[in-house]
Write a protein that binds this ligand. Structure first.
Ligand code: ATP
Ligand code: MG
Length: 400
């Protein structure tokens, strides 16, 4: 039985900045992600985090750690004293139930170089013992199964379980706060996940067309935010009623420009929300050429309405790649639930693919932009969305 999970982080990533700040933040994120579970403790030990399982189920702890940005890999292990006899006794216990499917090797790492036995010698001793009990052959070069021994000054760990790949990247909330424009589609949640893995802290904003359309898009935005929140404690979600603004645009602007005008309106409102909520950039799920509105010309015109940098982490990605990422990270199943997206409302048959700024600005002159932005901010609904594993069937939303 394992009693700890060793959560290893990416050394290279940490060299980017202040190591102790990164590790401190990672520790905080990991503790927050395990909230509600009867895990005993999380501590930092010689370049890794050690999660003491306590009476929590290993599977549940792994499920939560696997999505933590900044963790490179996870090793379920058994803890013992950093002494040869105790390490060998612990290895012997684990080997009793270990059945490597093919060949195996023993990998010994000493963080404490004063340890009295050299790594190859200890590996050979444990390897001989494991060979005898399991009957499996040793292959030092390419064995699929590895028995790991890691020795630090304060404690040692022995592991026969496979190493599990983590989310990688940088710990969440180490690179600043950004505001994600979150639709109910496939792309924007993936854009959020990508920025989360680059260390950003995410807020989200969703535009909906209630009462013109039903509330499914809002519920989807909440559920998607609850998946994004797995990596960062919670997500602040702003909900903006957009229907009235859309109908004003429809009333006053030429048909082909509608989509670009909707988007520019979203940029203005999002920029203002970002400003009052201290976000340093906007994030969208736009990908070059994916749909008519996402040409270079349109992107430029849309971006010029934003008051701060617009990050588009998917701009060079194929739809297939994006979809694969969405499936792997559990947002796809929510994104494909049919909904009435605000952008399907009053969409022209032939949207402009090469909008010109002059033309767009002329169309906007008859729209009362400032008062729309003001109204949107005054009426926005703010919610704090918690990670979906804390919900147990409760609604994702809690009033902020
Ligand atoms: P997605 O799959 O993210 O909806 P999409 O391929 O449907 O993207 P568009 O509809 O052109 O593309 O939207 C481009 C981007 O604009 C989205 O990725 C998202 O960031 C933002 N966006 C679109 N609709 C909304 C909305 N209702 N609320 C918030 N942001 C939105
Ligand atoms: Mg969409």
């Amino acid at each position: 039985m394992n009693d700890v999970i060793l959560a290893q982080y990416n050394e290279v990533a940490l060299k980017l900045g202040h190591r102790s700040m990164f590790v401190g933040r990672l520790l905080q994120n990991v503790r927050a992600s395990l909230k509600g579970l009867p895990t005993a403790s999380v501590r930092s030990r010689s370049g890794r985090l050690v999660v003491e399982l306590g009476s929590a189920a290993e599977e549940e702890v792994l499920r939560r750690l696997r999505v933590q940005p900044g963790l490179a890999n996870l090793i379920p292990a058994r803890r013992c004293r950093p002494e040869v006899e105790d390490i060998e006794r612990t290895a012997a216990e684990l080997i009793r139930t270990w059945r490597p499917p093919g060949s195996f090797r023993v990998d010994v790492r000493r963080a404490d170089k004063n340890f009295p036995v050299k790594s190859p010698e200890l590996a050979a001793r444990i390897g001989a013992m494991a060979g005898e009990v399991t009957g499996a052959p040793v292959d030092l070069k390419s064995a699929p199964s590895v028995l790991r021994v890691i020795i630090s000054r304060e404690e040692a760990w022995v592991a026969t379980s496979d190493r599990i790949e983590g989310a990688g990247g940088l710990p969440a909330s180490t690179a600043g706060r950004v505001l994600l424009l979150l639709s109910g589609g496939i792309d924007s949640p993936v854009a959020g996940l990508r920025m989360l893995r680059r260390g950003c802290r995410l807020d989200a904003i969703h535009f909906h067309s209630a009462p013109f359309l039903d509330r499914t898009s809002q519920e989807k935005a909440r559920r998607l935010a609850a998946v994004l929140a797995r990596g960062q404690t919670s997500v602040r979600l702003s909900l903006i009623a957009f229907g009235e603004m859309q109908s004003e645009i429809v009333r006053t602007a030429p048909q082909p420009l509608r989509v670009v005008l909707y988007r520019r309106m979203m940029m203005r409102i999002a920029s203002e929300v970002a400003r009052v909520d201290f976000c340093s950039a906007l994030v969208t799920g736009e990908s070059l050429g994916q749909v008519a509105s996402q040409t270079l010309a349109n992107m430029a015109v849309i971006e010029s309405a934003a008051g701060l940098p617009v990050l588009r982490p998917l701009v060079g990605m194929e739809k297939l790649e994006i979809t694969r990422y969405a499936r792997r990270n559990d947002t796809y199943r929510i994104s494909v639930v049919p909904d009435q997206d605000c952008c399907t409302l009053f969409v022209p048959r032939h949207p402009a693919t090469g909008a010109r700024l002059g033309e767009v600005e002329a169309a906007e002159r008859s729209i009362s932009m400032d008062s729309m932005v003001e109204k949107a901010l005054a009426e926005r609904i703010r919610e704090r969305i918690h990670p979906e594993w804390e919900l147990d069937g409760r609604s994702a939303a809690a009033e902020l």
